[in-house]
Design a protein around this ligand. Structure first.
Ligand code: CGF
Length: 833
């Protein structure tokens, strides 16, 4: 029934590709060459995996040619570059994105189809590159897409983990973690064996007098590990700019293994060095918003910062400019505090290696760095024990102490009568053991600090970093509300919606300027448009229903209201509130007469997300969701009125199926706890409505799309402290509806109550830190409003269309331009040839 113009018919990136090139792709020239030569297969024994590899290699060739030209162009113009340092890049799949960005997906589809392949099946062969936990890593990936699209000369720097985030399986309702061998069959990286950096650990610091009579420090001995560069080309959408993501892999510097030990029969220790070195880049720490202070993690951080800084400095030195010009050529953005050691490393390079004076070096350092904070959660704020750092990075600890000394001296001068402020803002926390507060170091070593949504940035200034606002003034602190790339999260994930919009707007320009979406609002009353919009949503729901059937075995009714909460499982994100709400719904349906049941709006409650392997409470929540699903889905009294689904192993490529299929999605964190959230944006951009608290970017989403188009509930951030106090002093009564839910759990309706007692008692007896009980009533009432609203499909549709039309603000391109203007001071590089 879909009548929207296909991508080939309207003005789009594909139309700009010259016909001979399109023809060559249509004739599968590049594809066949790779299948026959690189893969050594013939077209007659080419399965889907080989078809994927052949297609990916053909596209890779194209990317790498543009990548080379981009690097040459950027070197030649010698303009300021951005370096985005992130310990996580949650890229997802590359092929589909590459085909769309270079504008050759339609011909690739035709070519593959001639050979008997469906492009979707070929795309599905790819492993997700899951080098991240959640929002922070995905934000970094969106940055890369946007910086390339906008032609910013930019590099990403990260770690090439051998294992990305674990794969999640659900066994008997429990999360089980399985290693993720994502590097098998990964054609997207280029090993640069010629680009290696020796990274030092441990050892000691010696003072010596240099040739100018100056006392200098030298870091000596210890252990050397080699960093090897792997490059991943990042194509922009509809531009020739193809930027670079450089990932570092660790290797023993002493070669393969110790032959002498090997020959002497000491096999194990012969490979021990090698293994120890390779461990550094072996695994991504699977914690989101939680820091544990493990030595290996600190090693990872330094390894990656030191290799990246070496690379950046080397590139700068080739320009033969004076050191004072470094900040005019280099902007380094710290994605959270994980790369804070880069600040110290640059200072060390400048004073110990390049012989600059302390003040001159520090001036360069602070002008170079910007720091993004993503959370106010105390458990996520990084601190490293001083003894650990002393052992692993002795010279860096000295520098940190010196930075701290100069900083505290300046604070003392400005606030001579405030002795407490010194201990409050000191980089060193006077605990046992002493700790290095990385966020403070990041603030002191950067010229700009930003939060990721308005409320979050305000909270930073009024709570966590209050003293620093007093010291530096408010200008050092700013807000840049997060965004998402519309290329992946609309065009790629929801091609039919993208095509429908393009048809109305006369082209795909909105993918480069998302504010153009506002023109969609003019069609809100257009009958044919509305019908098509509804058809597309239904198709997307059917696609998800097929996925659910294939992965869980459950049938879900596509006419039901699809209610989705997919994100990391965390108490502050409150999946427990959601599942308690589901239980409440279940109990209510069970208590209804046949007549009453007829009025119920059928629901499918869909959950997905990983728990950190050591986060027991989050795992308990997953267990409860799965047990509830087991009971509810098999209950004949309930039938289609309620289904509960847990989608295992939620990742980027699953998000691309899930986001376009929601009717409503849940963003229900305790007010004041979510930095921004970005899945809220993805769902709204795909025409789903949201239920949420006044938290993170929900607030700006409300401002943009209008209060009438969002379901807000719950206590406000400003009330949270007071409510927690009340709990603390016993001034608390469990919400009666929640009590009914807990009674059912305690009656073993959802399996052994003992499995869930910690969860229920955290609310009933231990202070309900996340205010589940306080928000329960308004949560339930708001869901009733959702049901009611869903019954009026015409109005629902109008809300959906209006909301999408008003989402222009949340483009990652707006975000990137704001960083470029207010933090990096970097210009795009014109690419007109
Ligand atoms: O970063 C987060 C995410 N969990 O990774 N934080 N961290 N750390 C925040 O919690 C999100 O609210 C935010 O959207 C995301 C990206 O800034």
């Amino acid at each position: 029934t879909f009548t929207g113009l296909g991508p080939a018919e309207i003005k789009n990136v594909e139309a700009s590709i010259p016909e001979p090139l399109r023809e060559a792709w249509r004739e599968h020239k590049y594809f066949v060459r790779h299948v026959e030569t690189t893969l050594a297969r013939s077209l007659y024994n080419c399965d889907e995996l080989a078809a994927y590899s052949g297609t990916a290699l053909a596209f890779r060739d194209r990317l790498i040619i543009e990548w080379n030209k981009t690097q040459q162009r950027q070197t030649f113009t010698d303009q300021k570059r951005v370096y985005y340092l992130s310990l996580e890049f949650l890229m997802g799949r590359t092929l589909d994105n590459a085909m769309l960005n270079v504008g050759l997906k339609d011909v690739a589809r035709d070519g593959l189809s001639d050979l008997g392949f469906r492009i979707e099946d070929v795309i599905n062969q790819e492993h997700d590159a899951a080098l991240g936990n959640g929002g922070l890593g995905r934000l970094a990936a969106c940055f890369l897409d946007s910086m390339a699209t906008l032609n910013y000369p930019a590099w990403g720097y990260g770690l090439r983990y051998r294992y990305g985030i674990f794969k999640q399986e659900i066994v008997n309702g429990y999360q089980v973690e399985i290693p993720d061998y994502w590097l098998d069959n990964n054609p997207w990286e280029f090993p640069r064996h010629e680009i290696t950096v020796d990274i030092q650990f441990y050892g000691n610091v010696k003072k010596y007098q240099d040739e100018n009579g100056r006392i200098s420090n030298s870091w000596e001995d210890g252990e050397i590990v080699q960093a090897i560069a792997y490059d991943v080309p990042i194509p922009g959408y509809g531009t020739k700019t193809t930027n670079n993501l450089r990932l570092w892999s660790s290797k023993a510097s002493s070669g393969e293994f110790d032959f002498q030990k090997f020959n002497a029969g000491d096999y194990e220790s012969a490979v021990a060095d090698q293994q120890r070195a390779e461990t550094i880049s072996a695994v991504l720490y699977p914690n989101d918003n939680l820091e544990r202070g493990k030595e290996l993690r600190l090693k990872q951080q330094y390894f990656w910062c030191a290799a990246s800084l070496f690379d950046i400095v080397r590139r700068f030195k080739k320009t033969k400019r004076a050191w004072a010009e470094f900040p005019d050529q280099v902007a380094i953005q710290l994605n959270d505090t994980h790369p804070t050691l880069a600040i110290v490393e640059l200072q060390r390079i400048l004073i110990d290696k390049e012989g600059l004076e302390w003040d001159e070096a520090w001036n360069i350092v602070t002008k170079t760095f910007g720091y993004t904070n993503h959370t106010v959660l105390p458990e996520a704020l990084e601190k490293w024990s001083v003894p650990l750092m002393q052992n692993l990075l002795p010279r860096h600890l000295q520098i940190i102490y010196e930075v701290n000394l100069f900083f505290l001296q300046s604070v003392e001068k400005r606030f001579p009568n405030d002795r407490d402020i010194l201990s409050r803002v000191s980089i060193i926390e006077e605990s046992h053991p002493k700790m290095v507060r990385m966020a403070y170091l990041a603030i002191i070593g950067s010229h700009k600090v930003n939060g990721v949504a308005e409320l979050h940035s305000d909270l930073l200034k009024s709570t966590l970093f209050k003293d620093f606002v007093k010291i530096y003034g408010p200008d050092r602190f700013t807000n840049v509300t997060n965004g998402i790339t519309p290329r992946r999260w609309l065009h790629q994930a929801n091609p039919r919606l993208s095509a429908l919009i393009a048809e109305k707007l006369g082209g795909y320009d909105f993918l480069k300027d998302l504010t153009l979406l506002d023109k969609v609002e003019a069609f809100v009353d257009d009958k044919a448009f509305r019908e098509e919009w509804a058809v597309i949503k239904r198709e997307n729901k059917l696609r998800l229903a097929r996925h659910i059937k294939a992965t869980t075995g459950f049938d879900v009714n596509p006419n039901a209201l699809f209610d989705v909460q997919v994100k990391r499982i965390h108490e502050y994100k409150r999946q427990q509130l959601n599942i308690f709400g589901v239980i409440h719904r279940y109990l209510s349906i069970k208590a209804m007469s046949a007549e009453e049941k007829k009025k119920v709006v059928p629901r499918v409650s869909i959950f997905g997300g990983k728990a950190a392997p050591g986060y027991w409470m989050a795992k308990t929540i997953i267990h409860l969701i799965n047990n509830v699903a087991d009971v509810v889905n098999k209950d004949p009294e309930v039938g289609d009125l309620l289904k509960v689904i847990f989608i295992a192993d939620y990742n980027v490529s699953k998000a691309e199926i899930i986001c376009p299929a929601s009717d409503i999605s849940e963003h229900i964190s305790t007010a004041g706890t979510e930095g921004s959230g970005t899945s809220n944006m993805k769902f709204v951009l795909n025409g789903g409505l949201i239920i949420g608290t006044c938290d993170g970017a929900n607030i700006e989403i409300t401002r943009e799309i209008g209060e009438q188009n969002i379901f807000l509930f719950g206590n406000l951030a400003e009330d949270v402290e007071d409510l927690r106090h009340r709990h603390f002093y016993g001034d608390f009564k469990l919400d009666p509806q929640l009590e009914r839910v807990f009674d059912a759990i305690k009656d073993n309706v959802f399996g052994d109550k003992a499995d869930f007692s910690a969860l229920t008692s955290s609310i009933e007896e231990h202070g309900d830190y996340y205010l589940v009980s306080d928000d329960f009533n308004s949560y339930i009432t708001t869901h009733e409003m959702v049901d009611e609203a869903f019954q009026n499909q015409e109005e629902w549709l109008a809300k959906s269309i209006t909301s999408v039309a008003r989402m222009g603000f949340f483009s990652m391109d707006r975000v990137t331009n704001e960083y470029a203007d207010s933090i990096w001071n970097v210009e795009p590089l014109d690419v007109t040839d």
